[in-house]
Design a protein around this ligand. Structure first.
Ligand code: 5GP
Length: 189
């Protein structure tokens, strides 16, 4: 199938991405969330085919052999994540555009593959201190995982200038407005 447009969003944890993605999907009904495949266990409340396509390692490796992925990665030790070609095609067939919400390496891989058809957006917290504060307030991390997430964020920041657009999520209303504007402008191009 001929590729159509794709919106790629990436952001370190603590940058406020989840809220912005929800708002973007509400504001742009022509977008549809692209469901990734992964081999980690579903968390409480997560559903196969709604949150992820949950596969075991053997199934995932078979899909790799079949060249079923646009990109895939071992994001955590032994845990694979990937974007299925069939998922992008499913959304294009609906007459919509996929919104791909993945990490920096996956985002750059998709953008390299579809340089003209994709818009890549990096969402940044105003500073590492603010990002750290948000993670502390969220209360989901212990001291070790908090530091891991902060250092991943510092590393991911070094890739920000390889994205088409950087949005600094200082004020949620302003960041939402900017995000919707750049996406709508790209979709109308
Ligand atoms: P979680 O396990 O918390 O749902 O996601 C862990 C990480 O995997 C996040 O950084 C998320 O962005 C990334 N991720 C989710 N789906 C994909 C995917 O399809 N490809 C890649 N490369 N990373 C993904």
């Amino acid at each position: 199938m001929k590729p159509d447009k794709i919106i790629i969003i990436t952001a370190p944890s603590g940058s406020g991405k989840t809220t912005l993605v929800k708002r973007l999907l509400q504001a742009c009904p022509q977008l549809e969330f692209s469901i990734s495949a992964c081999t980690r266990q579903p968390r409480d409340g997560e559903q196969h085919m709604r949150d992820y396509y949950f596969y075991n390692e053997e199934q995932f490796k078979k899909l790799i052999e079949e060249d079923a992925f646009v990109e895939w990665e071992m994001v955590y030790t032994g845990k694979y994540y990937g974007t299925l070609k069939s998922e992008l095609e499913r959304i294009w067939k609906h007459g919509r555009y996929p919104l791909v919400d993945i990490d920096v390496q996956g985002a750059l891989a998709i953008h390299d593959r579809y340089p003209e058809d994709s818009l890549s957006i990096f969402i940044e917290a105003p500073s590492i201190e603010v990002l750290r504060e948000r993670l502390v307030l969220r209360g989901t991390e212990n001291a070790k995982t908090l530091e891991e997430r902060v250092s991943k964020a510092v590393h991911e920041l070094t890739f920000a200038d390889r994205f088409n657009h950087i949005i600094i999520n200082n004020d949620l209303e302003e960041a939402t407005k900017e995000l919707v504007e750049v996406v709508v402008a790209f979709l109308n191009k």
